[in-house]
Design a protein around this ligand. Structure first.
Ligand SMILES: [Zn+2]
Length: 499
């Protein structure tokens, strides 16, 4: 069968060649009276680029307000071209009001060029994106200039910043990724409770049940404990990333299983992916920024050292699990609804008094009984061959283009086509939010006019993502977003399933 790959829109990937006058690099010793501005960052990465053969800086796209998004590509050979090397992507500041990730990556860029760290490049090619959301960063705002939370946009992929990131990922198919953020323990509910979390760096791994089980296990059971200990050994406090709480008022879970964020949108393509969340300051701007930046840097050095020490294992795990996806035999069933459940034991949560000015310390350890670290599938579908998407639906066509999905030009002869009828709309609890989920009935369609549809097979890297996006009863589906709610507003769901 002939496969048709959508034209790649990679023209944004331009090497930076027009630089200002060379200038000696001085140490990046900021006093952090303000975070690094876009123009300072621009100048700094250009100076770094000129200083070393190891580094090539690329502009991978532009923001809504036309600021460049830079990627700093480090390699001792041709970047991304040696299959025995582990390709690492670290990206930060999707949320413009989380400044320390950017500062940490700028410090890391400098660290990587030091003689004592060159051993990393024997096994790793490393790309650093210091700032995905330069417009938000400039005014210390969470969203981009369109008011969109970029870290909820990796499934829709309709913003220039997230498109730039995924286009860049698609070129090199990075093996391992780290998405850098900040968490804030300074909310009102914690203030009322009297205590708060205080870990300088928190880490989360892969949780969506459709991600390859060996990858999920390895990121959670092997990598996380190792990097958490590395951070502690360097004198900073670290903990598992646990949203929710305070205890007794709200449950605490391990992370999320959604695939629309910077971690799991790559994880669902069977990448070895993580989120790192440093602790925000009380003013979410420059408060404690030096400590925030250096502790985040320490976490990133921990990941790079883990990737270096385990590079063969990770390269093979990613390669094998991706082959399963591409060949369409990753699993007989695909989870489309899930929830968080307890593992039977409580969480030991270190806390400090809410007003404490101390870092890397705690006053007491609270046992959280309602801790739900396990993601449990509550509804599966039989993994299909693929889907038929109506060509006259421009939103779905734009979505296919944004993701660069592989499409096919004919339906296999023996396949069965099913249509979904929407019988009623119910609600489901997704991590505390009530979302609309239809109840559907399927029936076999005797014939379809193939000319009217795009054929989307699931035998591709994004196969599991496609199923979760298009199944109408999926908790993480396109129809749970405002832009695609129309999909479930009639009695017929416009997408058909191929079995
Ligand atoms: Zn964030």
């Amino acid at each position: 069968m002939k496969t048709l790959r959508l034209a790649l829109t990679l023209c944004l990937l331009l090497p930076m060649t027009i630089f200002a006058q060379p200038k000696a690099i001085t140490a990046y010793n900021r006093e952090y009276k303000t975070p690094t501005s876009y123009s300072e960052l621009n100048q700094y990465v250009q100076e770094l680029d000129r200083s070393s053969e190891l580094l090539q800086t690329k502009v991978i796209g532009n923001s809504v307000q036309n600021r460049h998004i830079f990627a700093l590509c480090f390699s001792d050979g041709q970047f991304g071209r040696n299959p025995s090397k582990l390709k690492v992507l670290i990206f930060t500041q999707q949320h413009g009001n989380e400044q320390s990730g950017k500062e940490a990556v700028l410090l890391l860029a400098k660290e990587l060029l030091k003689q004592e760290n060159l051993y990393l490049f024997e096994r790793l090619d490393i790309a650093l994106i210091p700032q995905i959301n330069p417009d938000g960063a400039e005014i210390n705002k969470r969203t981009n200039s369109n008011g969109v939370d970029l870290n909820r946009n990796h499934l829709l992929l309709d913003q220039p910043e997230t498109k730039a990131l995924h286009n860049f990922f698609n070129i090199y198919r990075f093996d391992a990724t780290v998405d850098v953020h900040e968490y804030s323990p300074f909310g009102e509910s914690w203030q009322n409770w009297g205590y708060r979390k205080n870990a300088s760096v928190t880490l989360g791994a892969l949780t969506n049940p459709n991600i390859n089980a060996s990858l999920r296990k390895s990121t959670n059971d092997d990598a996380l404990p190792w990097v958490l200990q590395f951070i502690k050994n360097q004198g900073y406090s670290s903990a598992i990333y646990t949203p929710g709480g305070p205890p007794g008022i709200d449950y605490i879970r391990h992370s999320t299983f959604d695939i629309n964020d910077g971690r799991q949108s790559f994880g669902i393509q069977n990448s070895y992916s993580f989120i790192q969340e440093g602790m925000n300051g009380s003013d979410t701007y420059v408060d404690n920024l030096s400590h925030r930046s250096v502790s985040q840097l320490t976490g990133l050095m921990g990941f790079l050292n883990y990737f270096h020490a385990n590079h063969n294992k990770i390269v093979n795990l990613v390669k094998q699990s991706r082959e399963q996806l591409i060949n369409g035999y990753s699993s007989a069933k695909t989870s489309i609804q899930a929830n968080h459940v307890t593992n039977g034991s409580g969480l030991q949560l270190p806390v400090v008094k809410f007003q404490s000015q101390e870092y890397d310390t705690y006053d007491s350890i609270v046992i959280v009984n309602d801790y739900r670290p396990i993601v449990n599938s509550i509804k599966d579908v039989e993994t299909p061959y693929g889907y038929l998407l109506p060509k006259d639906d421009s939103k779905l066509m734009d979505w296919i283009k944004a993701h660069q999905f592989i499409t096919e030009d004919a339906i296999p002869q023996s396949s069965v086509i099913e249509a979904y009828s929407i019988e009623s709309i119910g609600t489901a609890d997704f991590e505390g939010d009530q979302i609309a989920i239809p109840h559907v009935r399927t029936e076999i369609v005797s014939s379809v006019n193939q000319e009217e549809y795009i054929i989307l097979p699931i035998s591709q890297l994004k196969g599991n993502m496609i199923i979760m996006a298009l199944e109408p009863e999926s908790m993480l589906g396109l129809s749970t977003y405002k832009n695609f709610m129309y999909l479930i507003q009639g009695t017929k769901y416009p997408v058909l399933r191929i079995k």
